[in-house]
Write a protein that binds this ligand. Sequence first.
Ligand code: SF4
Length: 74
Amino acid sequence: MKARIDLERCCGHGRCYALCPEVFAEDDDGYPILSPLPIAEGLADRVRRAADNCPEAAITILTPPLPLSQEDEG
Ligand code: SF4
């Protein structure tokens, strides 16, 4: 999982770094800084919660494509 922040939409409300400071940090002006590291699986629910609670809908979750099942590999 990865995330992206649209800083054109972000108004610096800070819910993201309040809900998941392991992934979202705060810059000197109160805007979020996204960790460049891949998001650990254990943080996925909290990152989704941060995205769901962003009042500007500025956070997009990028999920990798699902692996093909054996039937699909056919
Ligand atoms: S919750 Fe949304 S609007 Fe607020 S700082 Fe985070 S990305 Fe920006």
